[in-house]
Design a protein around this ligand. Sequence first.
Ligand code: TRP
Ligand code: SF4
Length: 437
Amino acid sequence: MRIDPWASTQFADYTRLREEFGISPFSPDKLSNPHKLLRRGVVFGQRGFELIEDAILSNKPWVILTGLVPSGRMHIGHKMVIDQVIYYQSLGADIFLAVADIEALGARGLSLKESERYAIDEYIVNYIALGLRDERCQIYFQSKRVEVKDLGYILARKVNLSDMRAIYGFDDSTNMTHVLSPLIQVGDILHVQLEKYGGARPTLVPVGVDQDPHIRLTRDIVSAHRLYNVTETKDGKIGVFVKVNENVNELLDRAENVLKNLGYTVLKKIPNYKALYILGAVKSDIAKIDEYLIPVELEYDGYTFYSPSSTYHRFMTGLTGGKMSSSQPDSSIFLTDAPQEAARKIRNCKTGGRVSLEEQRKFGGEPGQCTVYELFLYHLIERDEELDYIYESCKSGERMCGDCKKFAIQLMEKFLSDLRERRDEARERIKDYIRDD
Ligand code: TRP
Ligand code: SF4
């Protein structure tokens, strides 16, 4: 099985996906006032999220980087990422948003000019209207940021063509801009740790699970560039190994110091093996030890980064029952849809209702199969008790689809018309968000 980031596949079984790709379960338990998408299991997986929890709980700097492909209109499926970004902004994260115009060119054939228009009119204006603030927040275009492209090229030294084929299924006819676009995305994710953009710090990339291949690629590239490797040996010892051939003794001494400061007293250094064994350390100490070695590495002029953490959200079902896609306008609601237009789409959407009112009363509906219920869960209902009530009253047969849709329509119309008003003010503030350097 392979995840194709450009295929807009519908995934049926998220637990299986997690197991197959070694994605860890996500829990928001350590976060304060978690956003509804985090509370309700829409965000279902993560890699390396402990680093972010730790930064939040101990008030250390951390940063969010995510991106958008400006190749069409923004719909409620695209809204999920920015909802999370806005929540994390409230917890104190620095925010960077990449406009993936090079990806749109390589993978979708849009010109940079067309992308710019979609980015501004469809995405950025809505982001601001939805509540993204401009402090410690910047939006940039891939094509305009040299550091992003440079890192893409430079770090690509540790990837070869067969890796790219294996991850993405590229073949002989794939155009080279498309082949390069994941490497530019690696540049997006890691450039926020350059001195100029705030320095090395834990980085969270909240995305749809279709983006996991890019995250794996980035994390592999980061470990390939590390000078130290902290790992458990075959005989169960924890060791720090120097991966390079320069400054070996110095690096071992520095590691020894770091470990002493962390409270490990029995250390065994074997320079011939470029190794430092830590007696009394256990497997679960590895991440912490590794993190404390990063500042040492940063003093050497290599490319050391914190491995990016990620979270993955599931995708909404299209209103018509298949996948949600901008190319099928009735499958989704665009943020710029007129309220009456959205109402029409909801009136026609697929529900989990029975064939007749009698059957609905007798057997109850199936909220788990219902796109109206998804609208409530993902977007329209804030209070969990209210959502539970909808679920229960549907299951028990008290709730009828006609009225239920009317309620969803009311909430959606209000949301869209409020948003439209806020967009008018947002337009004047766009320049406060976009950064050209
Ligand atoms: N490829 C992403 C998408 O299809 C967009 C993107 C570009 C991105 N750069 C990024 C996402 C960096 C996360 C991090 O939606
Ligand atoms: Fe869906 Fe509402 Fe009908 Fe239940 S009553 S199936 S939630 S539309």
